[in-house]
Design a protein around this ligand. Sequence first.
Ligand code: SF4
Length: 223
Amino acid sequence: MADKPKIKELLNESACEHNQTKQAACNAPTPGATTGGCAFEGAQISLFPYADAAHLVHGPMTCLATSWETRATKTSWAGRDLTQVGFTTDVSLNDVVFSGEEKLTASIDYIMEKYRPEAVFVYATCVTALIGDDLDQVCKLAAEKHGVPMIPVHAPGFVGSKNLGSRLGGEAALRDLIGTKEPEKTTPFDINLIGEYNVTGDMWQYSHLLDELGISAPPIAPS
Ligand code: SF4
């Protein structure tokens, strides 16, 4: 397994001329002012195109409420679209004191029993990151138990902007999902577009150009 991405490395946004001098996240929020999207929200949006996976928010109910369905992340995935279901552990004061890991494990078990997703993304949020719940360990044990990838996403809101969260989401997929299984059909020109979350279907404006070039970019090409 690759190392966790270093936040400092991801703050180097090489395509931004302003970022070269300040070495801080562009559009970094000030505490208590994440209007417009926190890092967690950015991570979840960038991973929503994995529509046959469950997206489990490990945090208070309000974190789910701030992000879910705030962006249309289009998919033409022919199977079930689980992004239409909001999953959260809804941690409470009791979990803050005694740890939310047990509740997280029970939530994953419930999702696997009721929905049988192809994978589960588990998102840290400010509260569960601060109390130190070990998402990596819970996901590792759950993956062994259920036999599908469980991907911890370490992008709690306080680490930075929505943009940084999108990058952390992509890093999580790269670290714990991509490469775990081969697609049924491959071509010499397959690419993964990590972080292209197809807001309002804008990817479909150019994906036909990839098709014409003979480049396959599953799974969100238009059906
Ligand atoms: S992760 Fe943090 S900043 Fe984002 S919605 Fe939850 S509490 Fe707010």
